[in-house]
Design a protein around this ligand. Structure first.
Ligand SMILES: [Ca+2]
Length: 278
């Protein structure tokens, strides 16, 4: 092979390399937080979601009719960059919430004495948005933003449910998976095969989970593409993930729902998030 041909081949290889490097996802181009051994020990019940982009929202318009006619739209899909953050692997349990109440004298939530919901390893329910925020502060954490919640649930491949794109009632606690007559939450972490790509449990179903954001149906039209924090004001707060008495359709990772912050539902709980310490 002539020197000239070798030069041309090397030039082509070089340009292909440059083009591929330019297409690396943001996750690989931006620095991510490293977990120190101390952090792993301290936050063993949380997972570190690396910095980077993911696709948020779903473009599908669901015209779904069952008893009621729905026109559900959780879009448009849009790419969002998030800094690294920790998020709880599990919904906050009654056992964890009791420690908070015992230490602070905070009032007990509604449903505390309801035998369907008050076992130690079931998720705490009947808590308002303010209750959830107060617990999170006490724990040295905070509620996740809606974007943080969704990325933790679906990862970066636009999947519909935490485990993939096909609904499976054996991987979550929703209406379709309830045994006859059983209308109660399940212990957190029950569904090993229902985990999210990052290892978070019960992101689909069991209890809806409070997020920090105010709700606005049209927010995705104007939201920031980096670390969106939700609308500045509003009347309702976002809840995510579906609940035990909701159809699996509402447990889609991108499904959005909202309730007034003072709601005390046996189907609403929460999990916490945290920015890594520098
Ligand atoms: Ca849940």
């Amino acid at each position: 092979m002539s020197t000239y041909k070798r030069f041309i081949i090397l030039l082509i290889v070089y340009f292909i390399g440059v083009c591929l490097a330019g297409k690396l996802p943001a996750e690989e181009k931006r620095p991510t937080s490293k977990e120190s051994p101390a952090a792993i020990e301290k936050y063993h019940d949380m997972v570190l979601i690396p910095a980077g982009e993911f696709t948020m929202g779903e473009n599908t318009r669901y015209n779904w009719t069952f008893m009621l006619a729905y026109n559900i739209y959780d879009g448009p899909e849009h790419v969002v960059y998030l800094d690294a953050y920790y998020i709880d692997k599990y919904e906050v349990t009654n056992e964890q919430y009791k420690k908070f109440v015992d230490e602070t004298g905070y009032s007990l939530p509604r449903c505390w004495n309801d035998a369907r919901f008050n076992r130690s390893n079931q998720p705490v329910v009947g808590v308002t948005w303010d209750d959830a925020v107060s617990y999170a502060k006490w724990a040295g954490k905070r509620l996740p933003t809606e974007a943080e919640w969704e990325k933790a649930a679906r990862g970066t491949d636009r999947r519909i449910w935490p485990w993939g794109n096909k609904f499976d009632k054996t991987k979550c606690t929703v209406w379709e998976s309830q045994e006859a007559g059983l209308r109660e939450t399940t212990p957190v972490g029950k569904y090993e095969n229902g985990k999210s790509p990052y290892g978070c449990y019960d992101m689909a179903g069991n209890v809806w989970e409070w997020c920090t954001d105010y709700y606005d149906q049209n927010y995705y039209q104007v939201s920031s593409s980096e670390n969106p924090q939700g609308p500045e004001t509003g009347q309702q707060r976002v809840i995510r993930g579906g609940g035990l008495l909701y159809f699996g359709h509402y447990a889609r990772c991108a499904a959005r729902y909202r309730v007034p912050p003072y709601a005390q539902s046996p189907q609403i709980g929460f999990r916490c998030a945290k920015i890594p310490e520098k």
